[in-house]
Design a protein around this ligand. Structure first.
Ligand SMILES: [Zn+2]
Length: 280
């Protein structure tokens, strides 16, 4: 089974990454370790080499790292301060060309975490430019893109609409909408464009009825599983630090929603991940 998006390269695992990876291996879970800025992208590549089999990397600059700001996080995340980073295309390109790097990302747009004292029009424009640079890099190295999209509020679709607009304008579709949490209508738009959608532990939450309907709607051959660890911990571990081994709970929930076995979900989503990330 694949956890197609986790951050065991983050400080949250600095004391016990070995055990976290060992538990994933015991649970037969392979993983893509995703960077969010240059330091964590470089670390993702190092972690992939360190652990070797069943561990790969993705490298990119998350839109919230474009400005100096306080990242408040979700109710169950810890916040952190982020220093602004310019996207150094050639530095990311050398990480992107590494044999263990299987994708660019996570990159995209985030209107939930906006810096103070900067005009939101400018912020959105800069985020759009960065997103397009990520697409350019993905195209240049011939690897897929992991897209982060977060609207200004839970109900808003602003960031999704702008993501679609960039994808339409560039004609780029070799991407996965990571931790998808938009409506069924938006899911349809991304599917029609040719994107994959991935689901996290959020789908297991009791108050996530709308997202569960979306997961039921999306064809299994367009779905990938992820944890986004250390965040978005599934039930029954909600509130604790997440880890790749917990991706099984996402698989169980998708199986329950679709009325099929967990084995079937694992079989198809494994196939999807191998094809999407070009894993041998
Ligand atoms: Zn992430």
């Amino acid at each position: 089974m694949f956890d197609t998006h986790c951050h065991i390269n983050f400080n949250h695992y600095k004391n016990d990454a070995d055990e976290v990876v060992a538990r994933a291996r015991d649970a037969n879970v392979q993983m893509i370790v995703v960077g969010a800025q240059y330091s964590t992208s470089k670390r993702a590549v190092e972690v992939a080499h360190l652990y070797g089999e069943g561990v790969w990397a993705a490298v990119g600059l998350h839109p919230t790292h474009l400005f100096d700001m306080r990242y408040e996080g979700d109710s169950e995340d810890e916040g952190y301060d982020t220093r602004k980073e310019e996207f150094d295309y050639s530095a990311y390109k050398s990480l992107a060309k590494d044999e263990k790097t299987v994708a660019i990302g996570e990159m995209g747009v985030d209107y939930f975490h906006m810096p103070e004292g900067v005009d939101s029009v400018d912020v959105k424009l800069k985020q759009r430019e960065l997103f397009i640079r990520g697409i350019n890099l993905a195209q240049e190295v011939g690897k897929p893109l992991i897209v982060h999209t977060r609207p200004s509020t839970r109900e808003a679709r602003d960031a999704y609409d702008d993501t679609l607009s960039v994808l339409y304008d560039t004609g780029f579709a070799n991407c996965v909408m990571h931790s998808f949490s938009g409506s069924k209508e938006l899911a349809r738009a991304f599917l029609n464009h040719g994107c994959m959608l991935s689901f996290t532990g959020v789908v297991t939450f009791k108050n996530a009825k709308d997202l569960q309907e979306v997961a039921k709607y999306v064809p299994l051959d367009r779905i990938m599983l992820e944890t986004d660890a250390p965040y978005l911990t599934p039930d029954p571990y909600r509130g604790q630090r997440n880890e790749p081994a917990h991706v099984r709970y996402v698989a169980n929930k998708i199986a329950e929603l679709k009325g099929i076995s967990t084995e079937e979900v694992i079989k198809i989503t494994d196939k999807n991940a191998k094809a999407f990330f070009n894993l041998r």
